[in-house]
Ligand binder design. Structure first.
Ligand code: TMP
Ligand code: ASP
Length: 254
């Protein structure tokens, strides 16, 4: 296991060389960071929960024809993925005002937005992931206009799907961040969803109580992060407890 070649190590995940060319193993760590890693902690169990939740979501997205890097689950912390070239733009979709949007524009957290809003951030820790426009992205060659169109169309499909999925289990999808990659297949290149979708990169509020079931519990020192992620996993039907239980998918909350 330790002899596998490490291809990349990020803040919450490690990528190892995969069993075949063009594949990688994505390993979820227990590390949590916020504010450009100025705040750090190790939260036991977070990696396993994020792996489970992300694998469930990516499988469902593959099923509805959203192309992703996900191939299959390997174990509690690892999944087999296709190797892609990550496009250095974080794509944020917002449905409800929160976080940096509330701060920047003075809109109270929890205010429903008139429509879903897409934002782009340049993925560069040294520069603190600054917000950028499509003009910056094309002028500096981070992505082509066609790739931006593809990312926006996919981000909106993901938003519609996830909004419904979470609403069915009593959770409001406030906002989320996704990353895309270029998948090279012979002469063809296409944009596919990469990275992860988990409570680390979404804002998820309980529909009735507005309780935060996401990484804001860590960013804002609220505690109870693992319990919140477990609750998300439980509602999605993917929580694996000691005794094997039903893993049949989401439970409708009435
Ligand atoms: P923000 O309100 O801080 O801009 O965050 C918007 C969404 O993006 C929120 O769901 C958290 C997620 N996000 C990340 O996944 N990684 C990041 O580095 C940041 C800043 C936000
Ligand atoms: N990913 C960011 C960091 O590590 C934090 C965040 O999600 O707010 O700094």
């Amino acid at each position: 296991m330790s002899r596998r070649r490490r291809v990349y190590e990020g803040k919450a995940k490690v990528l190892y060389e995969g069993p075949e060319p063009g594949t990688l193993i994505q390993h979820f760590k227990d590390d949590a960071t916020a504010f450009d890693a100025t705040k750090r902690a190790t939260i036991e169990g977070k990696g396993v929960l994020n792996n489970r939740i992300s694998e469930f979501i990516f499988t469902r997205l593959n099923e509805i024809g959203v192309p992703t890097h996900f191939i299959r689950s390997l174990n509690m912390r690892e999944q087999l993925i296709r190797e892609v070239e990550i496009i250095p733009c974080e794509v944020v979709v917002r449905n409800v005002a929160a976080g940096s949007l509330s701060k920047r524009l003075g809109i109270e957290e929890g205010t429903m937005l008139p429509r879903s809003i897409i934002e782009f951030y340049y993925k560069n820790d040294e520069l603190h992931d600054p917000m950028v426009s499509e003009e910056h992205i094309t002028a500096f060659g981070w992505a082509t206009p066609q790739e931006i169109d593809d990312m926006m169309a996919l981000a909106l499909r993901i938003n519609d799907f996830l909004t419904g999925l979470f609403l069915g289990v009593g959770i409001r999808l406030v906002d989320f961040k996704v990353e895309f990659g270029r998948l090279y297949e012979g002469d063809m290149v296409r944009v596919v969803l990469a990275d992860e979708i988990s409570p680390d990169c979404c804002r998820l509020w309980d529909i009735r109580t507005n309780d935060k079931l996401d990484k804001d519990r860590f960013r804002r020192d609220m505690g109870g992060l693992v319990e919140a992620y477990q609750e998300v996993a439980r509602r999605l039907g993917v929580l694996v407890e000691n005794e094997p239980k039903r893993r049949g998918g989401p439970t409708l909350v009435k």
